[in-house]
Design a protein around this ligand. Sequence first.
Ligand code: HEM
Length: 173
Amino acid sequence: MKGVIAKCLGELVENKFGKDKWEASLKEAGLPSETTFLSTQNLDDQAVIKVVQAVCNQLNITLPQAADAFGEYFVCEFAPKIYAAYYRGKNNARELIMAMDDIHEKATMTIPDAHPPRFTYEWKDNKTLIMHYKSHRGLIDFMVGLIKGVGKYYKENLQVKKLGDDKAEIVFV
Ligand code: HEM
């Protein structure tokens, strides 16, 4: 997986919970406490998942709680700085979410053997969307947290509900 996820997680934990918590998480995941991640670097999926688990243990939070914190930080603070181009011309949560499949394809195009998550969209009615998630990584909680982050970014009160390991329901206002 692209290093961007681990880099963002590190920034979030350091800024909101302190450097010591991040260093302890790295150590618990079996990495040197001074490890730094680069956005462009390719990382082993399991190594990233281990760091996520360690952060949950160190902060005493569940995986969905970590995913919600990550989603808000990534979409509202981290990505607008390094991926501003993808936000341009998207006026609301609906427009950004509908662009997510393309964005993931484009953002990973330069990585050899990248396997970005893919999304398909099924409208139940004009404000209820079922978003299908396809990835071998099984990070549906992160998809939910990131969608909630999009709602926060646009200050829209979205309702997001996990429907299983491969889909979530979004109700737009
Ligand atoms: C402008 C905003 C975003 C950008 C530029 C972006 C980009 C990326 C990149 C580069 C990765 C690593 C992919 C890889 O290494 O294969 C990733 C992972 C991921 N993204 Fe996004 N992302 C954005 C927002 C979102 C949102 C809103 C969602 C929710 C639908 C989402 C869902 C995910 C998930 C679940 C992963 C984990 C990898 C997996 O499940 O396979 N992302 N994203």
